[in-house]
Every structure is written in structure tokens, then in C-alpha cells.
Design a protein. Structure first.
Length: 194
């Protein structure tokens, strides 16, 4: 995984609450065994007609949000089933940070384990970001080290992140990488086993 310390990116506002994992990546696309390739199916039922043509009315299809890397959404983002494919699809599409007033617990943990930073802000702060991103191209900076979201103007908001997840994201570690930080002790233990 790539380390996340400070990320500056274009904001995509998705002004909906209770977005579940089946809306993020519909079940019919879960047949792959690798983590890549899911981005093309992100929000598929909202982005595309049955014949596969893009729905012009869905905002993510708007060119002004092309290359957005920060998703701002409503409350309870990532609810529903615990599919790890949801953060894989978001990441493969290009999102590195997701900001919402609340997240489903399993989804939150799946994000941190896969290199996406989930940031919980208040509903008011989230709406402020959405409103600005809906009116014009809007870039913000998310500073994980200092746990701060800011823009070039007057917006400043701090956020909390558990210490373990923060360390993993700052270092670009998944759980295997964390285990491998103890490789010398593992080797020593294996050498002494009978």
C-alpha cells in the first residue's frame, strides 16, 4: 500500500446517506480474485444504463469531477454487507480519502486495511464541503499526521483516527506488513521449534 501522510485532491460530493456496499460495488461484479479492476464498476447502477452507456444525470459522470480523489458523502457510508470489494472499487477508481459524518464499522476498518483514509467530520462540516464542491472545482488537503482537513480559504476541521490505523496508513502497511516488522522474532522462534 502507498503511505498516506498529506493528501491534496479534488473533491467529489455525493450528497446521499446510507450508501451501502452493494451500491458501491454491485454483487454481480464480485467474481474477480484480484484487487484491481473494480473501479470501472463503482456505483455501477447509478452511473450506467442497463445497456452500459453512462447516465449523464449522475454527477460522477460529469467531467468536472474527473480525477477527483476525495469523496464526500452522507451519513452511514459503507453500510450493508462487509464486502472488502467496496474499498477496492473506490481505491481502484482513484479515491484516496472518504469524508462522511459516520461510517459502518466494518467498512471503516476495511478502508484502513486497504490504504484508504476514512475521515469522520460533523454533518455541518461535511455539508459545507459538499456545497463548495457542487458549485465549483474544489480542492482540499487532508493531513493525516496532524489530523486536519483544510482548504485554501477558511475551512479547517480536525478529525480523530485510532492510533493503530493511523500508523498503518502513515507507513503504507497492511496487516501482513505489520507482521513482517517482527520478521527477526518470527525467524528466531521458528529456529527454536522442534
Amino acid at each position: 500500500m502507498e503511505p498516506i501522510n498529506k493528501h491534496q485532491g479534488l473533491v467529489y460530493p455525493l450528497n446521499r446517506g446510507n450508501i451501502d456496499t452493494d451500491q458501491i460495488i454491485p454483487k454481480q461484479f464480485l467474481k474477480r480474485i484480484e484487487r484491481q479492476g473494480f473501479g470501472q464498476f463503482l456505483f455501477y447502477n447509478w452511473r450506467f444504463h442497463d445497456d452500459g452507456t453512462p447516465k449523464q444525470e449522475f454527477s460522477l459522470n460529469d467531467k468536472k469531477y474527473q480525477n477527483a480523489s476525495i469523496l464526500v458523502a452522507g451519513e452511514n457510508f459503507g453500510c450493508g454487507s462487509s464486502r472488502e470489494h467496496a474499498p477496492w472499487a473506490l481505491q481502484d477508481f482513484g479515491f484516496k480519502v472518504i469524508i462522511a459524518p459516520s461510517f459502518a464499522d466494518i467498512f471503516y476498518n476495511n478502508c484502513t486495511k486497504n490504504g484508504i483514509l476514512p475521515v469522520q467530520l460533523t454533518e455541518q462540516q461535511t455539508k459545507q464541503l459538499m456545497t463548495r464542491a457542487e458549485t465549483e472545482p474544489y480542492t482540499i488537503t487532508v493531513d493525516l499526521e496532524n489530523q486536519l482537513v483544510s482548504d485554501a480559504g477558511d475551512f479547517r476541521a480536525s478529525f480523530q483516527v485510532p492510533a493503530y490505523q493511523k500508523e498503518m496508513l502513515l507507513n503504507g502497511w497492511d496487516e501482513i506488513a505489520v507482521t513482517l516488522t517482527h520478521a527477526d522474532k518470527i525467524t528466531e522462534f521458528e529456529a527454536t521449534r522442534s
